[in-house]
Design a protein around this ligand. Structure first.
Ligand code: CP
Ligand code: NVA
Length: 317
């Protein structure tokens, strides 16, 4: 039966809200269920307007192009409504607590997405909301991006389980979600970063405890060797203190055609965007035949439809 053949019902009040905070919170079957919903919707399947009458609040404490527009368009295409707020628009910016904001918004809307540079705020929102809360990026992770990225890899290269991928550069929020994804989707991930901005060792310990295959090296060529995808992100993230990441230290991790040639012959280049040509990636790579970056951006729309429907619908958890 199609993933969307059943009607989508309002989540019963007694059930805990289906928050989407981190990939590490889920088992593989649930993540697959969400991706199956996304693929079905992308192919034009499923009922018309399954989220008619529902409202999503999008809260931004940091800038966004893709996350904001893809969530807005996704919700509208699913028949629902959106309200977009920044901290400057809300009493949050004048000291109202996150907990009170969560309780109030839960009386008006059916789902809340938050982008913040304090994961503590996301957790407080989720702890106090009675509707699902979605992580739209924190300084610690970016799980919606990863759902789109897994979908993109699989569209181009088939099942990701058992593959080897490489992350080069800053061990930032997106890198951490790649670690979660590697463990939950069952692929190998090689990370290469300078000492000054490597992923926290606890992340590697978590991956090992969970039975994942996530390894770390200082050598970008070693990480890229034979990989089915080479992935990177900006040198400086929105939540970084100015000067935290040295461009000189990160320069050897810039993705160049030479590094791509060390990867598998059919290797993909992936980047969540926004990109900085000449910093973390050379133009010949991101604008060349390896690159699937605009497919990743498009799939934010489809993957988030799967997340929204799972969070507000009656898909099994
Ligand atoms: N990749 C991503 O989240 O982009 P935005 O910052 O534009 O939302
Ligand atoms: N690591 C980047 C991702 C932007 C989508 C940042 O946090 O700024």
């Amino acid at each position: 039966m199609s993933a969307l053949a059943q009607p989508v019902a309002v989540t019963p009040a007694a059930e805990l809200p289906r928050h989407f905070l981190d990939l590490s919170d889920f088992d593989r079957a649930t993540l697959r269920r969400i991706l199956d919903l996304a693929v079905t919707l992308k192919r034009g399947g499923g009922p018309r307007a399954p989220l008619a009458g529902r409202t999503l609040a999008l809260l931004f404490e940091k800038p966004s192009t893709r996350t904001r527009v893809s969530f807005e368009v996704a919700m509208r295409q699913l028949g629902g409504h959106v309200t977009v707020l920044t901290d400057r628009d809300m009493q949050l910016g004048r000291g109202e607590t996150i907990a009170d904001t969560a309780r109030v918004l839960s009386r008006y809307v059916d789902c809340i997405m938050l982008r913040t540079d304090r994961v503590r705020k996301l957790n407080e929102l989720a702890a106090n909301a009675t509707v699902p809360v979605i992580n739209g990026l924190t300084e610690a992770s970016h799980p919606c991006q990863l759902m789109a990225d897994i979908m993109t890899f699989e569209e181009h290269r088939g099942p990701i389980a058992g593959q080897t991928l490489a992350w080069l550069g800053d061990g930032n929020n997106v890198a951490r979600s790649w670690v979660h994804a590697a463990v939950r989707f069952g692929f190998s991930l090689r990370l290469a970063s300078p000492e000054s901005c490597q992923i926290p060792p606890e992340m590697l310990e978590w991956a090992a405890r969970e039975g994942g295959d996530v390894t770390f090296t200082r050598d970008p060529a070693e990480a890229a060797h034979g990989a089915r995808a080479v992935i990177t992100d900006c040198f400086v993230s929105m939540s970084d203190d100015p000067g935290r990441n040295s461009h000189a230290a990160l320069a050897p991790y810039r993705v160049t055609p030479r590094l791509m040639q060390l990867a598998a012959p059919d290797a993909l280049f992936m980047h969540c965007l926004p990109a900085h040509r000449g910093e973390e990636v050379e133009a010949d790579v991101i604008d060349g035949p390896w690159s699937v970056v605009f497919d990743e951006a498009e799939n934010r729309l489809h993957a988030q439809k799967g997340i929204l429907l799972w969070a507000m619908g009656d898909a099994p958890s």
